[in-house]
Every structure is written in structure tokens, then in C-alpha cells.
Design a protein around this ligand. Structure first.
Ligand code: ZN
Ligand code: ZN
Length: 312
């Protein structure tokens, strides 16, 4: 049961010859979600073996070019491929209107429907869910309205302990009720609390994408306990004033959010093009949050499923 993110691009606004703008692909059990879509995203998808047609939904953080300018060609390519499946697209306004205008003025009728949902960047709310996972918005603090996204697997159905089935001679109806979280009354009148019968088969996994943003304690509260946190760190700690002025974070601020959130692992990126040796930024963040890594282009970060055992 895959849960992994592939970094397609990670650089900040000023273009460089060998790096790409923001785009991450999250694979949750072979459902692919694209988060941000900087220039060159479709070429990057192909380079790293992800078929554009497999994208299930797109989430855009904010309407700055380095997070957005790869979207138009990608949507055109999906049309060229004859996509029929509707494509959910989440982004702050007025992206829906902008896209509709572009395709209308170009006299392009798409082969599929773009199901645009405007994102209220001031709210922390659920905007997407299916059988296995859900996506929540994270209000960010940037120069324009911006939202991060928290992807979370749903709680799995409970497992019933083998020992409980044998000890109490549970039948199918009782097992199904226990899986739903109910207590069981035995024929002799004894009440068995659900905790005595069941256990969680695994811990749900989560990934949060927070870019672009100033430092925000509220972000840390929303992503509490996240397994993998991507937080922008455009500047080194020495440039704190500049970061503040431009609506970005420093390495130490990203590390502080990870630490306050009790995250398991932190990825940092969106570095200013002024830094030639990015390992220094990683080292800086590690002074506060040791489990920090650079979100290197082309790298995939997996979260293995943690199977849980019943306490006997
Ligand atoms: Zn940016
Ligand atoms: Zn921005």
C-alpha cells in the first residue's frame, strides 16, 4: 500500500538552468495527486515515469507563476490524449475563470471536464475525500492568498483479535459489529467493551505541503503529528528580515514548524537561487530538527505502512 511523494521541482521564482519550479506528485495506493504545477511539470512527469493521464486531481497552492505556469500545457496535453475522466482542480480564485477564458479564447473545447473548486485560503477545511483518504486545506501567510494541503489516510476498519474470537466464541454478526467499533453483549449477559476485542491494523499516514508561507504557528497546529512535512525554506536563517519582507520562511522557521508539529520527517525546498550549496541549508535546519532532508528534484520519499499488533 504505497504512500510516497516524488519531487518534480523545488526551486523558487527565479529560473535556473538545471532546476524546475514547484511540483510534487503524491501516490496514495496508486492514486496520483499533483500538488502545484510550475513550468516544465509535464516534462518532469515523463522524466520520472509518471503518466500524466494517471493524475486523479490537482491542487494549486497559490497563483504565483512558479507554482502555476506548467498547468496550461499539462491540461492541453490531457486533451490531446483524449482524457474523458473529469479532473478535479483545487486552487484559489480566480484560476477557474482564468482557465475558462484561456480555453474559450483559444477556441479549445476540452475532451474532459475540469471540476474547479475555489479554495478559501483562510480556512482549514476538508475539500476532498474518497474511500481511503482525505485532503484538508492549510491557511498560509504569503503575499497573495495561499493554501497548503494536508493529505491523510482515513482510519482503517478495526481488526478483531483472534484470541477474542476464540475465547468468547464470537459469530459473524458479532465480529462485524466489533469491526464497526461496537461493544458486544454475550448470551450470559457479560458486556465486552470494544477495546477488549479489537485493534487498529495500521496507523494512517499523512503528508503536508506548505509553500509559500511565512512562519506560522497555526500551520504547526493543523499538521500536528504529520508523518512527512514539506515546508518551504526560501532563505537561510541570516536572511530572516528578507524572508519576512517577501512572505517566505527561513530554514530555522521550517524546522520550528516541524518540531512544534511533532512531524516525523521534514523536507525543505523552494530555495532562493542565491544558494549554490544547498547542503548548508539542510545543516542549518538540522540544528533544530535533525530529521530534515532537501526535497531534491527526482527523489521519492516513501512512508512505509506501520502495521500494528494487538496488545495481548
Ligand atoms: Zn514560490
Ligand atoms: Zn509565491
Amino acid at each position: 500500500m504505497t504512500f510516497e511523494v516524488t519531487i518534480l521541482g523545488n526551486s523558487s521564482a527565479r529560473p535556473t538552468a538545471n532546476k524546475h519550479h514547484a511540483a510534487h506528485v503524491l501516490n496514495v495506493r496508486e492514486q496520483f495527486f499533483l500538488i502545484d504545477c510550475g513550468e516544465g511539470t509535464q516534462a518532469q512527469l515523463m522524466r520520472y515515469g509518471i503518466a500524466p493521464a494517471r493524475i486523479r486531481a490537482i491542487f494549486i497552492s497559490h497563483l504565483h507563476g512558479d507554482h502555476l505556469y506548467g498547468l496550461f500545457p499539462l491540461l492541453s496535453t490531457l486533451n490531446l490524449l483524449g482524457r474523458k475522466t473529469p479532473l478535479p482542480l483545487f486552487a484559489p480564485e480566480p484560476l477557474g475563470e482564468l482557465l475558462a477564458n484561456v480555453f474559450r479564447r483559444l477556441e479549445t473545447e476540452l475532451s474532459y471536464e475540469i471540476q474547479y473548486t475555489p479554495v478559501d485560503t483562510r480556512k482549514n477545511c476538508k475539500i476532498f475525500e474518497n474511500k481511503t483518504m482525505e485532503v484538508w486545506t492549510i491557511p498560509l501567510r504569503h503575499r497573495v492568498p495561499a493554501a497548503g494541503y494536508l493529505f491523510r489516510e482515513k482510519e482503517p476498519e478495526l481488526n478483531v483479535r483472534k484470541t477474542a474470537i476464540e475465547t468468547y466464541g464470537l459469530g459473524v454478526v458479532q465480529i462485524v459489529a466489533a469491526k464497526r467499533g461496537e461493544a458486544i453483549t454475550l448470551p450470559d449477559g457479560r458486556l465486552l467493551p470494544n477495546e477488549a476485542l479489537t485493534y487498529r491494523p495500521y496507523a494512517p499516514r499523512s503528508y503536508a505541503y506548505c509553500s509559500d508561507t511565512l512562519y506560522s504557528a497555526k500551520v504547526a497546529r493543523i499538521v500536528q503529528g504529520v508523518d512527512l512535512l514539506y515546508h518551504e525554506a526560501t532563505y537561510a536563517m541570516a536572511e530572516k528580515a528578507l524572508a519576512r519582507q517577501r512572505g517566505h520562511s527561513t530554514t530555522l522557521q521550517a524546522a520550528k514548524v516541524a518540531s512544534m508539529a511533532g512531524a516525523d520527517k521534514l523536507l525543505i525546498g523552494h530555495f532562493s537561487s542565491r544558494y549554490k550549496d544547498e547542503s548548508l541549508l539542510e545543516t542549518e535546519a538540522r540544528t533544530l530538527f535533525p530529521n530534515t532532508f532537501i526535497a531534491c528534484e527526482g527523489k521519492t520519499f516513501s512512508i512505509p505502512l506501520k502495521r500494528l499488533q494487538p496488545e495481548e
